[in-house]
Design a protein around this ligand. Structure first.
Ligand code: GAR
Length: 208
């Protein structure tokens, strides 16, 4: 069966990448295959996870390029060479330019560790999101998978899942619960939904 070709962009530990790799292995992600992992950090453990799964990797570091355009140009080159259908941002800690995102409408998705529109946008990433949720005192938080457009965390929502905040939570304990109960569940599920839609469009000869 033909599958959508997925490139995953990462920066760190790569637990969301692992959830995608596991879902593919279990046959839950069946309309897509992870064919490339790109990291903007050479030391990202996500690269080891990709290597262990036999997935091709590349490292593209912003500081090695004279401009954001040149940095993104290298990423685009790798994506094109890979014949990428879907780009998944899984803990990718860079904001991509409108030039980049407008090249791939409906073909970039991101996982964000809150219920958008709370605690999202520029400056809200990683543990900062959970710290902000605890400081505000919300009793429920969660995760969101959404399409990526030119507005940081502003694209159409695909899936969300709520997670309760518990008495005594720290940013670290809350992050872990949000990952386990929400991110690792909805990211593979959303990837399957979008890959199936991309394949449907390809078969009908529609523009993807
Ligand atoms: C995840 O919690 C992800 O939602 C978040 O960074 C973490 C990456 O973990 N992403 C953002 O905050 C993006 N705005 P991982 O490398 O273990 O998947």
């Amino acid at each position: 069966m033909e599958k959508a070709r997925i490139a995953v962009l990462v920066s760190g530990g790569g637990t969301n990448l692992q959830a995608l790799l596991d879902a593919e292995r279990r046959g839950e992600l069946r309309s897509g295959e992870i064919t490339l992992v790109i990291s903007n950090k050479a030391e990202a453990y996500a690269l080891t996870r990709a290597g262990n799964a036999g997935v091709k990797t590349a490292t593209v570091v912003r500081g090695d390029y004279p401009s954001q355009e040149a940095f993104e140009g290298r990423i685009i080159e790798l994506l094109e060479k890979n014949r990428t259908d879907l780009i998944i941002l899984a803990g990718f800690m860079c904001i991509l330019s409108a030039d980049f995102t407008s090249r791939y409408p409906g073909r970039i998705i991101n996982v964000h560790p809150s219920l958008i529109p709370s605690f999202c946008g520029r400056g809200f990433y990683g543990l900062k999101v959970h710290r902000a949720a605890l400081d505000y005192g919300v009793k429920v938080t969660g995760a969101t998978v959404h399409f990526v457009n030119e507005v940081p965390d502003g694209g159409e929502i695909i899936l969300q899942r709520a997670v309760e905040v518990r008495e005594g939570d720290t940013p670290e304990t809350l992050q872990r619960r949000v990952m386990e109960e929400a991110e690792w569940v909805i990211l593979p599920a959303a990837a399957e939904l979008v890959c199936a839609e991309i394949l449907r469009k390809k078969h009908k000869g529609e523009k993807i």
